[in-house]
Design a protein around this ligand. Structure first.
Ligand SMILES: [Zn+2]
Length: 141
C-alpha cells in the first residue's frame, strides 16, 4: 500500500467517524481520479435518510454512473473504510469503477459487531420460464 493510498484510506476512516458522530452507521468512502484528485466522497446515511441502500460505496457507484463516462469511471479508485457488502459489490460491478481499496475487511467488521451478518432471505425459483422469458428475450441483443 502506497503512502498516498493510506492517506485516502485515512480520509475514508475520518468520514466513517464523522458519520457515527452524526448518528449514522460508521462507514465512509471517497472516489479518486487517476491523477489523485478526489472526485466525490460520502458516508453512510441509512438512518438519517431512512434508506437501507444508502451505503457510501453504493451512493458513490450511483454518482459515478450518473456523472462519469465509462472510460472515466474505469480510471477511478474507491477508497472505503470497510470492505463493500454484497449489495454494494453488485452496484460496484455495474458502475464500472476501476478498483476498490478498503481498510477493514468484512470479516474484521463482523468481529466488531455483536449481531453478526444479516441473515439471507430465502429464495425460490426459477419458475415459469416460458412466460418470464418473453419480456426479456431480445432485449440484450
Ligand atoms: Zn454496502
Amino acid at each position: 500500500m502506497t503512502p498516498e493510498a493510506e492517506q485516502f484510506l485515512r480520509r475514508a476512516i475520518a468520514l466513517a467517524a464523522a458519520s457515527r458522530e452524526a448518528g449514522d452507521a460508521p462507514f465512509g468512502s471517497l472516489l479518486v481520479g487517476p491523477d489523485g484528485d478526489v472526485l466525490a466522497e460520502d458516508h453512510n446515511t441509512t438512518l438519517s435518510e431512512g434508506n437501507i441502500s444508502y451505503h457510501p460505496e453504493l451512493k458513490l457507484a450511483v454518482w459515478a454512473a450518473q456523472h462519469l463516462t465509462p472510460e472515466q469511471a474505469a480510471g477511478t479508485t474507491m477508497y472505503t473504510s470497510c470492505q463493500p457488502c454484497p449489495m454494494c459489490t453488485g452496484a460496484l460491478a455495474r458502475s464500472g469503477l476501476g478498483r476498490v481499496v478498503y481498510a477493514l475487511s468484512g470479516e474484521q467488521l463482523n468481529g466488531l459487531k455483536s449481531t453478526g451478518d444479516f441473515p439471507a432471505v430465502p429464495m425460490e425459483g426459477p419458475a415459469l420460464y416460458d412466460e418470464a422469458r418473453v419480456p426479456v428475450e431480445g432485449y440484450y441483443s
